[in-house]
Design a protein around this ligand. Structure first.
Ligand code: ZN
Length: 244
């Protein structure tokens, strides 16, 4: 199966549309959560996702918008955006979020937003955290989002007994999945934070084990204009230009 693996769309419709139109052919979308939150088009992003063949898991911002997380855990700008999203969300999309699992196993892959240990909240941003989670994985490979940074965590060998972490930056990075346990993060569609403002996504062939992470330019100004119009925090709009 050829999958389009995406994470952290964050209600950025211009970015999401660009990813779908440039990804080429795929059989199914695997979506790793945070479909909404921060961005100006939550309902439109849900509508577009639901038109595709897909599987998806929930992220912290999805849960925040339907009252399943305490917003006190969010910084003020994120909280303001979550409250705006909650007001905007149509009832059927509210129900859709409620129906999302936090973990999904498919074809030898585990899909979660944060980590296997804490699917909604934990950031796998370094090798030690990755290593801890590898011990809990029921499949060889795990796909995560949440950090908004494309990363590969590789299980350690019997001598080092530690995982190692590799940044996957660049316009197109291809890798072949081997026998080691791996945790792979495709980066963020709608709010990259690795200093590259382009949308990130991954194409994964589950038969050959080949994965490619790509970056694509999208109309950042279009999303920012919609954020200003909606009254979303300026800082959230500005950071899209920086990829931070
Ligand atoms: Zn996110």
């Amino acid at each position: 199966m050829r999958c389009l693996v995406i994470a952290d769309i964050h209600a950025n419709l211009a970015a999401f549309e660009t990813v779908l139109s440039t990804a080429g052919t795929y059989d199914e979308i695997w979506c790793l959560g945070d479909i909404i939150g921060y961005g100006p088009d939550p309902n439109e992003c849900f509508d577009l996702l639901r038109q595709q063949r897909f599987v998806a898991v929930a992220g912290n911002h999805d849960w925040a918008a339907v009252g399943r997380l305490d917003l006190a855990e969010f910084n003020p700008a994120a909280r303001a955006a979550a409250e705006w999203t909650a007001r905007e969300l149509r009832p059927e999309n509210h129900r859709f979020v409620d129906s999302l699992p936090v973990k999904y196993l498919k074809e030898g892959y585990t899909l979660v937003h944060g980590s296997v240990r804490m699917p909604i909240w934990e950031y796998i941003d370094e090798a030690g955290v990755a290593w801890d989670n590898m011990a809990l994985m029921e499949t060889r490979y795990c796909l995560v989002g949440h950090t908004h940074v494309p990363l590969l965590h590789i299980d350690g060998d019997s001598f080092r007994k530690r995982a190692r972490t590799v940044a996957l930056d660049g316009e197109s990075v291809s890798l072949k999945l081997g026998d080691e346990r791996l945790i792979l993060n495709p980066g963020s569609v709608g709010q990259p934070r690795d200093g590259d403002p382009r949308s990130a996504y991954m194409l994964l062939d589950t038969d050959s084990g080949e994965a490619t992470i790509r970056r694509v330019d999208y109309a950042i100004g279009k999303t920012q204009a919609r954020m200003y119009k909606a009254g979303l925090p300026d800082r959230m709009a500005f950071r899209l230009s920086l990829g931070r």
